[in-house]
Design a protein around this ligand. Structure first.
Ligand code: 3H9
Length: 694
């Protein structure tokens, strides 16, 4: 193996180059190389050293693929100490993103030069960890505990300009890393700048109120997570300790976090979201070019898709049915872009330019004749969609990708309306489409690989997380949702209250429970779905009718102030409505059901078992390629708690035999609903887990 760290002598300046593609992670060989380079510099004639990296970025962090294995010495804190303890100045040049251990290496150097456009951050909490190579100790000594904790609990990337303002960067440069490093090294020599070790500085006084406010904010933003508050505690405790003791304490907590299921789950999520786009069927397939996107329908979904495309540099033509609807759609898009300006994501000038140069709104389908991809986002009705695709077939240029944003309808049936089913695909966005990162790419029977590749290329252009799905009612996400929502409804019929179900699931880590979600989406949505599926209901199937009752009473959820919950000034986020319990009690009575008590554990167990079981069916039918695709779908589209890694990872964590046992026990009361997936039974019989299929 070639050494990923090279030592070069340039007269009085030593240059230490790290070259460990793709992201210069601080793997074992890099750590060993850094220690060797530090020794060479200590012994060498050079008077100043420049540490820099090759390729697209400075060190992006510890090598995550090494996590969970026995750590190999030298550890990163030791390699950093080898640099910091030098008696001659060490200058670090940061380009790309210096993240986690990469930023910690930079903090161990005596001076930091950042190229404009570069960023630094400590995103360890996104992996269920705390910074483990001095991030909780050196950064507070430089910027104070509150600023440091804000950086390492938010995992945000700090721009070069902000880093300079905070004192993290000593200089900003427009040169390349080598030239920038050499220039600063010459300045060190000319001005006789001294060695400056953060470990020898003391932490500036902390404002207790600001710290308390930050802790409160962090706890509220990260319910269920262990690492965020632990990281703050470690920073606070370390401030009063000698540096080496503080570092030992940090290392201890880092290793403790490394051993948690949360760390395992979050690293599973990290790698899974990168694997969903790696499909054997796309190897060597070139996507078609995408510059101009047509969107049909300017409602919430179509408008969100248009905004997502505009914000990512694509030309957009949006079609509505008449002048009034065109006007409304245009106003809606302008409003969403204005929000982006308010949130600092876009300049006012940038917005004006997008509206003037990149967006056309019209009721004339002919305007779609030059579009590369056309996404239909009209009302969810097969007849309406079929009519749209017939028109599209007439106006779209040859080779245009024709996509439906349907959430559950049969894409094969839609494709059959055209003379070019090979160009038809499902692109299922989630609302609000310019915010939500999941994009289900629904591949129909005749969709060509080039069109699939174009769907994935569009996802990349829109910075979305794409998941390949096959055709079935609801694809991956909504099909599984229907099953666990039914499991929840059955528990409510049997005696749990919607409020207890929601609370148990929020305590488990979901941002919201299913009934609060139903109120947010609108009770009418569930009502229409139930009506659509009515003809497919089978003998022995159970369901709850109280949703229909709520609909009939005009209790449509948040938008009418009443749904399962009451929404008013006193409780803008909703408070349980006793009337709902009465409606449910009446239904139980009519159906002859004796209510029983449920524990919160039982609610979570059944809800998760239903989700996992349907996930297994979706995988075995090829609707999802692997269990990890189910995990990513639920994590990015359905608010599944990231610290649990996704339902299939969670199933592996609690043991598939336990999931099967829950299903079999529940099946004693309801054999129709609780039919264990064959795949689940096979894996249990063979002693394997879902991860073995990833
Ligand atoms: C840490 O540092 C702990 C320390 O405090 C203490 C230690 C003692 N390791 O994302 P991309 C791979 S914790 C190994 O597609 P981009 C990635 O899997 C770490 N591999 O590119 C992918 O592989 P493939 C703190 C890594 O340009 C390829 O690189 N650091 C690592 O969109 C390209 O990645 C982080 O959490 C890694 N650290 O984004 C940073 N990072 O091609 C994590 C990436 O086979 N990384 N890979 O699929 C990132 O946030 C992004 O990768 C980055 C580039 C922004 C760097």
């Amino acid at each position: 193996m070639t050494n990923p760290v090279r030592y070069e002598s340039h007269g009085e300046i030593a240059v230490i180059r790290i070259d460990n593609p793709p992201v210069n992670a601080s793997s074992y060989a890099v750590r060993a190389g850094l220690v060797a380079a530090a020794e060479a510099f200590a012994k060498g004639p050079e008077k100043v050293a420049v540490l820099m990296a090759e390729g697209r970025t400075f060190i992006a962090g510890a090598d995550i693929t090494e996590f969970g294995k026995t750590p190999k010495e030298p550890y990163l804190p030791d390699a950093i100490m080898a640099l910091e303890s030098q008696e001659k100045p060490v200058v670090c040049v940061i380009h790309g993103t210096a993240l986690g251990g990469g930023f910690e290496v930079a903090l161990g150097c005596h001076y930091r030069v950042m190229l404009r456009g570069a960023k630094v951050g400590l995103p360890e909490v996104n992996l269920g960890l705390i910074p483990g190579a001095g991030g909780t100790q050196r950064l507070p000594r430089l910027v104070g505990i509150v600023s440091a904790a804000d950086i390492f609990t938010s995992a945000r990337q700090v721009s070069a300009e902000d880093a300079f303002a905070l004192g993290i960067a000593d200089e900003l440069s427009n040169a390349d890393p080598f030239e920038a490093g050499m220039a600063f090294a010459r300045k060190v020599l000319a001005e006789g700048l001294p060695v400056r070790r953060l470990s020898e500085m003391s932490v500036p006084p902390t404002d207790a109120d600001s710290l308390a406010a930050l802790k409160k904010k962090v706890a509220r933003a990260n319910p269920g997570h262990i690492c965020h508050l632990r990281a703050i505690d470690v920073a606070v405790a370390g401030a009063d300790k000698p540096f080496d003791e503080a570092m030992l304490m940090e290392r201890g907590v880092f290793l403790e976090m490394m051993a948690t299921p949360q760390r395992k789950a979050m690293i599973h999520a990290f790698f899974s979201e990168r694997k969903t786009a790696q499909l054997p069927e796309l190897k060597g397939v070139t996507p078609r070019s995408i510059r101009h996107v047509g969107v049909i329908g300017g409602g919430t979904m179509g408008g969100g898709i248009a905004v997502s495309c505009l914000l990512n540099g694509l030309q957009v033509t949006l079609i509505e049915r008449d002048g009034e609807a065109v006007e409304k759609a245009h106003t809606g898009i302008a409003r969403t872009l204005a929000d982006s300006v308010k949130r600092g994501k876009l300049s006012a000038g940038g917005r004006d330019q997008l509206l003037a140069d990149k967006l056309v709104t019209t009721d004339d389908y002919e305007a779609l004749s030059t579009a590369d991809v056309i996404i239909e986002a009209v009302f969810e009705s097969m007849d309406v969609k079929k009519a749209v695709f017939t028109k599209l077939d007439a106006v779209a240029k040859p080779g245009a990708v024709l996509a439906s944003n349907t959430s559950y309808l049969d894409v094969d049936e839609i494709a059959a309306m055209t003379s070019r089913p090979q160009d038809v695909i499902g692109l299922h966005f989630f609302s609000p489409a310019h915010v939500m990162r999941l994009l289900e790419i629904v591949v129909a029977a005749k969709t060509s690989p080039e069109v699939v590749a174009t769907g994935f290329a569009l996802a990349k252009a829109l910075k979305k997380v794409p998941v390949r799905a096959g055709v079935c009612d609801g694809f991956i996400g909504n099909r599984i949702l229907k099953t666990y929502r039914t499991a929840a409804d059955i528990m409510v019929l049997e005696g749990a209250s919607p409020f207890q179900v929601d609370k148990a699931l929020v305590d488990f880590g979901f941002a919201m429970g299913p009934y609060a979600v139903a109120d947010l989406a609108g009770i009418d949505i569930g009502y229409l779905t139930r009506k659509r599926l009515l003809p497919t209901r089978q003998k022995g199937e159970r369901w709850g009718d109280w949703g229909d009752k709520l609909y009939e009473l005009g209790r449509l959820g948040r938008k009418t102030g009443h749904g399962h919950y009451i929404y008013d000034d006193a409780s803008p986020k909703g408070r349980p409505d006793p009337e709902v319990e009465e409606i449910i009690a009446a239904e139980r009575k009519a159906k002859g059901i004796n209510a029983r008590d449920f524990t919160d554990e039982e609610i979570v167990e059944r809800y998760m078992a239903a989700m996992i079981n349907e996930g297994a069916k979706v995988v075995s039918e090829g609707i999802a390629l692997r269990p990890l695709d189910v995990d990513v779908t639920k994590l990015y589209g359905y608010g599944f708690p990231r610290f649990r890694g996704g339902p299939m990872h969670y199933a592996d964590h609690i043991g598939l035999a336990n999931v099967l046992a829950t299903i079999e026990a529940a099946a004693k009361d309801d054999a129709f609903f609780w039919q264990p997936a064959d795949l689940l039974k096979t894996l249990v019989a063979e002693g394997r887990d879902f991860n073995s299929l990833n």
